[in-house]
Design a protein. Structure first.
Length: 83
């Protein structure tokens, strides 16, 4: 059940304030933040939560390395040029 830990609060170093688990598990187009394991492992069994609630392909999407900034900028330039 994805909602089990929704009310638990944690300080988010990225946002600079406390946020509920519900935000962490849904902030990436309804998928969890890619840092969710690092942030929550001391508070809940986050490995079990991920395994029970997300398919293998969803987990791959959740924890995929983000594209570096230069690649993203070059892709945007190519799109703007119609390539
Ligand atoms: S999982 Fe993401 S949103 Fe949640 S506390 Fe960690 S960095 Fe912040």
């Amino acid at each position: 059940m994805k909602e089990l830990f929704d009310e638990k609060l944690l300080y988010c170093g990225s946002l600079g304030h406390n946020i509920p688990f519900k935000y962490c598990r849904s902030m990436n187009s309804e998928l969890p933040c890619r840092k969710i394991k690092d942030c929550w492992f001391e508070r809940i069994d986050i490995e079990k939560f991920i395994e029970e609630n997300y398919s293998v392909s969803e987990q791959e999407r959740i924890f995929a390395e983000p594209p570096d900034k230069i690649s993203t900028i070059l892709d945007l330039i190519k799109k703007a040029q119609g390539k």
